[in-house]
Every structure is written in structure tokens, then in C-alpha cells.
Ligand binder design. Structure first.
Ligand code: PLP
Length: 397
């Protein structure tokens, strides 16, 4: 018998995207090139000016050395200014840490505020890496179901009910609630009033509010800023805001994310960051110091382009009337499939094999979403998105 493996890790789900990608290998190309709508990655490379800056930073021997644990001071100060302007707030550099991507920011956050045996409230369907993080750390992910009928918006009333039930059952106390807006997988955009209600809820039950805003740059201008919490100092005391440079700057491979938290918590987070990464990759950090202001127009144009792809997806699906888009926004469409008797995994596999269209089964995000598939349309060229509906309409099961 080999030595034992961490049981929490064994009980954690296996990364789902590589397995789903295999399905496309069985597609024979009869309807045209494969269309991969499985992963939320940018569809176009970053502008040449950013690539040149990345390349210049890579040629500088200084970037081969370790950098500061919490991030390059230059990037921290530009990001603090940017966030202050975006949210009409005053954010200081000592509230910011740069991480190796937003996934790591989430990992670091949970490790900093909870320990094995604790519980965290997670609206479902949820981003699977969030659930995986909690599971491998031995933290109980407590589902807060967000339903299609309410546009996949979680409700404070449901959250209160869960708290009461847990109190009756003497369950472990909750440490935090996680909100992802715009949401992965549903694309739902939480109204500022709803986010504010959850802050009140967090105050009442003494919870942290973890706010993952990976997709905030893809909000329509009429919906920014997405909330007003950063200008509210009492809210700020319990908010941990996470951000990813992967999508907005089209550099997921450079692994840069940001975490905003109260300075007292940051003093603890620095221990986790030092242990986990020593420093985030420096090349991306250095190039981003320019890109935050330098690529503003490009980012805005890119967001409009992604928004247009969403509209193209909606039009495309009109030729497959038995499929229903229940939610669409920012990067994703969450679509109910018409094959009630079959599992979503069977439907997604058949769609890939017969039609060359890869989407992720809804159950990858919560068991209750097995009647849905998630389409990440942002990375696919408009002419191919326009074809998706025609291909889907040909699926026979
Ligand atoms: C909600 C959410 N958070 C975090 C991430 C990961 O971002 P990063 O590449 O910065 O680790 C993703 C990527 O899909 C995401 O959807």
C-alpha cells in the first residue's frame, strides 16, 4: 500500500475542461471546423504594444530575480489609482496585493479567513475552481441556490434561511459569502442594490464578503461602476475584492491577478503569498503598469466586441427554438437544453461529437444545473458563433 493521500484532495473534483476537450477529438469535421465554447479565455491576442512591453521586460535581467511579495510597487500604485477612479473611492496601495492570477487570489483569501472545518456560503451554480479550493482546504462549501426563474440572482432571504437552518442543526459557523459578478457560469450581472444587501447580510452575521470581479471590464458602460461599496468605509472593512488581468488584457498565461483587502488582513495574507508564490510573475506585472492606462481604449473596444458576440450568439440560437437561453452576459450564455431525460454530460458530448460544438455541462457548476450547458462565447470568432445555432439544431439524440 502506498502512503495515504490527503482525503480532502481525493474528495475534490478533477479539472473538468481537459476531459471535456477530448470529446472534440471524436468529431469528424462534417459540419466545418470545431467550435470550442468551453473555456473562458480571450479570443484574440493582446495588442502588439503590450507584447513588446512583455518582451522588453523579459529581456531585462532584473526581472529574473524575485520581486516584492505583495507585487511590483509600480503596478500596485497604478492599480490603486485605477480602482479608486473606477469605483469613485480612495484605495491605498497597502490594501492591494498582486497575485499569480485570480484563482490564486481566491485560494489565498480562503486560507487567510477560514480553516479546515469552517464553512463558506457559495451561490450555485458556481465557478468550479472556487468549490475545488474550498473542498481541498477542508472548508465546507455551503450552496446558496440561485435559480433560473430569478435570473440566477442569489437572494438574501434564502441566505438567511440557510443561516437559521444551520443554527438549528448546530452546524459549523459560516466565515464568508462569495459573490461572482458578472457571474461565471451564468453571465448574470448582480445589481448594485443586491450586492449592497449582501454587505448588510455580511455585517449582520459577521462574515467576510468575497467579491470576484474577474469580468467587470466586460460590463456595459451603463452598468459601471458595478457597486458603490468601495466608497463605504464600513463595507470596506469586510470586503475582499478579487480581480483578474487574464481576460481584460488577454494575458491568461502571464498569471496576474489582484486582491484588495483591509490592511490588517493583508498583514496575514502576506504570509500565505510568501509561502505560495514568493512573488507573482514579474514580466506581466511590469508591462501592466503601462497597460492599465495605455490600453484603456483597447479594453473598451474589446468589451464592446465581446458584447456584440453575445448578441450574435443570441441571434444564432434563434434557429434552435427548443434550446432556451436563460441567462447571458459579459462572457457567458447559460442555455437550457431540450433533452430532459438525458444527462447534460451526454448532451454536451453528443453536441461535440456530432456537431463539433463544445460547451460545458451545467452540472460541472452544480448538480442542479444538469438541464443547462454553458457557452463561453467571448473567445470565438463571430462567423463561427453565427453558425452555432444551425449546428445545434441538427443535434439528434
Ligand atoms: C470567476 C473567475 N474567477 C477567477 C478566474 C481565474 O482567473 P485567473 O486566470 O486570473 O486565475 C476565472 C477564470 O475563468 C473565473 O471565471
Amino acid at each position: 500500500m502506498p502512503p495515504s493521500i490527503n482525503q480532502f484532495l481525493i474528495g475534490t473534483a478533477t479539472p473538468p475542461i481537459p476531459a471535456a476537450r477530448q470529446w472534440l477529438n471524436a468529431y469528424d469535421g462534417r459540419l466545418g471546423p470545431p467550435i470550442n465554447l468551453a473555456q473562458a479565455v480571450p479570443g484574440t491576442p493582446p495588442p502588439l504594444e503590450l507584447l513588446q512591453r512583455l518582451s522588453a521586460a523579459a529581456l531585462d535581467p532584473a526581472t529574473t530575480m524575485y520581486g516584492p511579495i505583495l507585487g511590483e510597487p509600480g503596478l500596485i500604485s497604478v492599480y490603486a489609482r485605477h480602482v479608486s477612479k473606477f469605483y469613485n473611492a480612495t484605495v491605498a496601495p497597502n490594501e492591494i496585493a498582486i497575485t499569480s492570477g485570480c484563482n490564486e487570489a481566491f485560494f489565498v483569501t480562503t486560507l487567510a479567513i477560514a480553516k479546515s472545518g469552517d464553512a463558506i456560503l457559495l451561490p450555485t451554480p458556481c465557478y468550479f475552481n472556487h468549490e475545488m479550493t474550498l473542498s481541498m482546504l477542508g472548508i465546507e462549501p455551503v450552496p446558496l441556490p440561485a435559480r433560473a426563474e430569478t435570473g440566477f440572482l442569489p437572494s438574501v432571504k434564502d441566505a438567511e434561511r440557510i443561516i437559521q437552518e444551520r443554527a438549528t442543526n448546530n452546524a459549523q459557523p459560516l466565515r464568508a459569502i462569495v459573490l461572482v459578478t458578472p457571474n461565471n457560469p451564468t453571465g448574470a450581472i448582480y445589481p448594485p442594490t443586491l450586492i449592497a444587501e449582501f454587505v448588510e447580510f455580511a455585517h449582520k452575521h459577521d462574515l467576510w464578503l468575497i467579491l470576484d470581479e474577474t469580468y467587470r471590464d466586460f460590463l456595459p458602460p451603463s452598468q459601471t461602476p458595478p457597486h458603490h461599496l468601495l466608497s463605504d468605509l464600513s463595507a470596506r472593512a469586510r470586503i475582499i475584492q478579487l480581480y483578474s488581468f487574464s481576460k481584460s488584457y488577454a494575458i491568461p498565461g502571464h498569471r496576474v491577478g489582484a486582491l484588495l483587502a483591509p490592511p490588517a488582513l493583508m498583514q496575514e495574507i502576506v504570509k500565505v503569498l510568501d509561502t505560495l508564490q514568493i512573488c507573482a510573475p514579474r514580466i506581466g506585472q511590469i508591462a501592466l503598469q503601462w497597460a492599465i492606462d495605455g490600453l484603456k481604449d483597447w479594453r473598451d473596444a474589446n468589451a464592446r466586441d465581446v458584447d456584440e458576440r453575445g448578441a450574435t450568439f443570441r441571434r444564432s440560437m434563434s434557429v434552435a427554438p427548443h434550446w432556451k437561453i436563460t441567462s447571458l452576459g459579459a462572457y457567458f450564455a447559460f442555455v437550457a437544453h431540450p433533452f430532459g431525460a438525458l444527462s447534460d454530460v451526454e448532451v454536451a458530448e453528443a453536441l461535440a461529437v456530432q456537431c463539433g460544438v463544445l460547451a460545458l455541462p451545467g452540472s460541472y457548476f452544480t448538480a442542479a444545473s444538469a438541464d443547462h450547458l454553458r457557452f463561453a462565447y467571448a473567445n470565438v470568432a463571430p462567423d463561427l458563433i453565427a453558425e452555432v445555432g444551425h449546428r445545434i439544431a441538427r443535434l439528434r439524440l
